[in-house]
Design a protein around this ligand. Sequence first.
Ligand SMILES: Nc1ncnc2c1ncn2[C@@H]1O[C@H](COP(=O)(O)OP(=O)(O)OP(=O)(O)O)[C@@H](O)[C@H]1O
Length: 512
Amino acid sequence: MLMKYKAEGESRLQEEKRITERRRNILVIVQRHLINCGYIDAANALTRECNLGLDKWEVADNIDLFYIVQDFEEYYEMKFQRKPTMVRKSFNEVDPKKQRVNLPKINSAQSNQSRDNGQNGSNSVPNIQSNVAAVGGQMNKPQGTIYNGKAPLAKQKSQNGKGEESKADTPFVLEGKNIKMLKKEEVDQVEEYFENRIIKPLPDYSFNPELKELALTIQREIINENPNVRFHDIVGLDEAKRLLKEAVLMPLKYPHFFTGILEPWKGILLFGPPGTGKTMLAKAVATECRTTFFNMSASTIVSKWRGDSEKLVRLLFEIARFHQPSTIFFDEIDSIMSSRTSTGEHEASRRMKTELLIQLDGLIKSSNERVFLLAASNLPWELDTALLRRLEKRILVPLPSKEAREDMIRKLIPTKSSDNLDYDTFSQYGSDIRLVCKEAAMKPLRRLMSEIEIQTDFNNINWSIQADPKSMPSPGPVTNQDFNNAISTTKAATHHTNIGKYQKWMDDFGSV
Ligand SMILES: Nc1ncnc2c1ncn2[C@@H]1O[C@H](COP(=O)(O)OP(=O)(O)OP(=O)(O)O)[C@@H](O)[C@H]1O
């Protein structure tokens, strides 16, 4: 009997050894394939990241990945009388441009940092690097498909019923009162970055399905599409822009300055009335700062994971460290981090809040973690005071000044689309500028639409065919009358009395 157990044990060991060798062989073959295709950086990154001394091995017997795949195809066809489907699109709607994001190219700087960082996790969620070791120390196996689709910032806005974002589709920048078109290279650089950016695959969590699902939820919140908002698209708000650049952009570009007492800020709170540009600032960080940007909404953290929110928060910071340099953006942070009360609060909610504080403490204490927390709130006075202490900078994002309002109107309704618009007078009004401009711009379009209605026989129209823009007249310019009408029908969402409350809070708790 003993002999039988011994034999079984040995054969299991043999099998495990074969699996380990097989995994290593795959890596060596892939590395060779990358080199053959000219992906030298990727090959080096792979060697470094899997840390198995790949360069000490070489491919034998003329083995080549290309021929392995070819042999497999032939074998499969022989066996099943059809060609195998080797790869398929990850999402139906993914377009070929974005598909490139899924290619397994790994940023070498990131992979180094993640390894350094892997040992620093100070919590009970298994450390990402040790997870890798736990599955045999082989490699960071992709968790199925790397997320590649939506822009959650935009999604969130439309869910809030605030209409579409003014995606800065037109590349221009305001210089005084003139609009300067951006140089093509400036636009292209950002585009190129997002098109070629690769999100490093998560380690294999299959040993823990619960953790795996949480990790995938977090990975999905990483912004992959270009939010297309540049700092210079944002009118005014110079202080906030300066601080954000100082916290994220500059330390990446000039890390040698930001050491010791000059370590980058780890947490910034943007607060102020609705619609003043807080989300736009976050989008500018996501567009320009080239960090892995996690757009976390309260609903992601709370709804599905009510009991598990605390684990989710812990894992969020863990994954942010894994992908560093990272920015975690919490919009409407008051909805998850209001003051902790001794009574009436759900225990799970208290645990989640405490975990967020612990994680922030970890960020502030650590000097080599490049993870930055950006939070936005319309209700700063409701925030937990312990959180406020940890958000080192607290900046009021106020209603725009008269000059800023004029710039915004000029940008939204440029002179070429208007009929001598009196920008100076209109910029004195305090309503929601974007909505007023949209309403004003709708008026010429409505006039055109009603003309079309008169001339068209709607009974015989084919609605499924789009009209050819070239065959259509243009809606015509926005007039002063249009703008006046828009102002009178669009009321500001924030009451003036509240503005004083923000200023008072800034005087008491602000830090710029
Ligand atoms: N400073 C600004 N420069 C240019 N556009 C702005 C500015 N502030 C607001 N806007 C316009 O207003 C819209 C709403 O701004 P945004 O969503 O950033 O506000 P918010 O402060 O995040 O609001 P909320 O607190 O309700 O989330 C933007 O899409 C933009 O069109």
